[in-house]
Design a protein around this ligand. Structure first.
Ligand code: HEM
Length: 130
């Protein structure tokens, strides 16, 4: 009965654009989006990679396509998705072990995930794409 009363008194805000999500919340949503994107795009990437290796001509075409600035930006985005998913995944595994679960540590580790994943993306992008 007391539980019901508490539930009834809880404020409700269904106007989603007015909700300011904290950094760990943004990280969490991006982790889900990146996981789904990697899952969906992995077959396409494997197919592109396999067809690039089937003959010297297809490899030359592949290099030409990947050399286009727009394609490079998309690939950079994909690298960031993977790096974000990887770094945030490690953070979640640590949270599952009850490491860094207090608010301050959770906020700090979200900042670390963004900083490390962006730095890794730039390093890998510079080495692989440019
Ligand atoms: C091919 C690579 C990968 C794919 C396709 C993938 C895909 C996904 C998807 C779809 C989810 C569910 C997200 C959600 O609905 O919230 C997920 C969750 C998760 N992934 Fe990955 N993932 C990949 C690689 C990795 C790697 C390398 C790590 C290592 C750090 C990782 C760690 C995690 C963790 C810990 C969760 C659960 C997060 C939670 O507790 O909510 N994943 N992954």
């Amino acid at each position: 009965m007391a539980e019901m009363a508490i539930k009834k008194r809880r404020p409700k805000n269904l106007d989603l654009p007015t909700i300011r999500l904290p950094l760990p919340g943004i990280l969490s949503i991006l982790h889900r989006i990146s996981g789904a994107a990697i899952f969906l795009l992995l077959p396409v990437l494997l197919w592109l990679f396999q067809s690039s290796l089937s003959s010297p001509e297809t490899f030359a075409t592949f290099r030409e396509v990947v050399g286009h600035p727009l394609v490079r930006i998309v690939l950079l985005g994909l690298i960031w998705f993977y790096m974000h998913h990887f770094c945030a995944g490690i953070r979640y595994l640590l949270l599952d072990l009850h490491k860094g679960v207090d608010l301050e540590s959770a906020r700090r580790s979200s900042k670390v995930v963004f900083a490390v994943s962006i730095a890794l993306t730039l390093i890998i992008g510079a080495r692989v794409l440019w």
